[in-house]
Design a protein around this ligand. Structure first.
Ligand code: NAD
Ligand code: LMR
Length: 291
């Protein structure tokens, strides 16, 4: 913008075009964070969208904020702005951290991502302890228990509000099953339980809505393809990436379900990696009401 005007951004009147929920994305400049920010800006349930990262948030925020949808977008850069990014949030989505390269497993990310998730969750317990938390950072099977321990230590743990995002496994399962059966994926709902890594990803092909039947060859093909969906993308991108676009889509589908639950909608039931009552598996992906 050329020239000086009294209408600097901070003097403008926009306070959120609609009533709705306040959502923060931590890791908003990343491969998942950017398309996720775009899609959340399009969600009519969101009135305020906070984009936080340790790099590049001014640019991403400026770009996304030009979209003519209701949500007001604000950017936050670096740990000194984490408090402002989190204060007052209803939902916090965490896609920060490093992704894997070909030949790595999700567990190889543990050392770096565990520390990042721990620090962010310490911030959540201080600045928005009642928020719903969606954890995307891998390895989800470990980052969710780490977040739980942080919240327990801070006295803010609410097991109903800590959700590991495994929606991408469901999205993939719906797509692959629909391909095999010649259906529209929108008509298929495959529950996927267990965890979010290799053989811990358990598609329940006998529990699909609508009920479907498969040959043993189809069952073996589908189970393997769903369990290895992440590796399929990592290998196809050949060192240049991993699932980001389909993950952003899945994250928004899940976040939207959380917001509908917060709004009081009945029967919002999705799969998520959550604390479990089964003693041998203290955390387990299962079908849960989102609030
Ligand atoms: P990316 O490297 O493109 O982006 C990560 C972002 O996190 C970067 O912008 C980086 O600046 C930011 N970041 C790093 N340290 C931070 C900190 N301390 N605080 C805030 N932000 C920080 O990675 P990506 O592709 O967006 O993937 C992010 C994570 O999501 C990875 O761990 C990946 O494995 C995981 N993932 C999970 C699923 C799932 O199904 N749950 C699917 C795909 C990817
Ligand atoms: C996925 O399932 O695509 C993600 O968990 C990313 C990965 O490393 O596979």
């Amino acid at each position: 913008m050329e020239g000086k005007t009294s209408l600097e951004l901070q003097n403008c009147r926009a306070k959120g075009g609609s009533s709705g929920f306040k959502v923060a994305i931590l890791g908003a400049s990343g491969g998942i964070g950017q398309p996720l920010s775009l899609l959340m800006k399009m969600n009519p349930l969101v009135s305020v969208l906070h984009l936080y990262d340790v790099a590049n948030t001014p640019g991403v925020t400026s770009d996304v904020s030009h979209m003519d949808t209701s949500a007001v977008v604000r950017g936050f850069l670096g740990s000194q702005q984490l408090e402002n990014a989190l204060t007052g949030m209803d939902l916090v989505i965490i896609p920060d951290g490093v992704p894997r390269k070909p030949g790595m497993t999700r567990d190889d990310l543990f050392n770096i991502n565990a520390g990042i998730v721990k620090t962010l969750c310490e911030g959540i317990s201080k600045y928005c302890p009642d928020a719903i938390v969606n954890i995307i950072s891998n390895p989800v099977n470990s980052t969710v228990p780490i977040a739980a321990e942080v919240f327990k230590k801070a006295g803010t743990y609410n097991p109903k509000k800590l959700l590991g995002v495994t929606m991408l496994d469901v999205v993939r399962a719906n797509t692959f099953v629909a391909e095999v059966l010649g259906l529209d994926p929108k008509e298929v709902d495959v529950p996927v339980v267990g965890g979010h890594a290799g053989v811990t990803i358990l598609p329940l092909l006998s529990q699909i809505k609508p009920p479907c039947s498969f040959t043993s060859e189809e069952t073996a093909y589908l189970t393997s393809r769903i369990q290895n969906g992440g590796t399929e993308v990592v290998e196809a991108k050949a060192g240049a990436g991993y699932a980001t676009l389909s993950m952003a889509y899945a994250a928004v589908k899940f976040a939207d379900a959380c917001l509908r639950g917060l709004r009081g909608d009945a029967n919002v039931i999705k799969c998520a990696f959550v604390p479990s009552v089964v003693k041998s598996h203290p955390y387990f992906t299962q079908l849960k009401s989102t609030v």
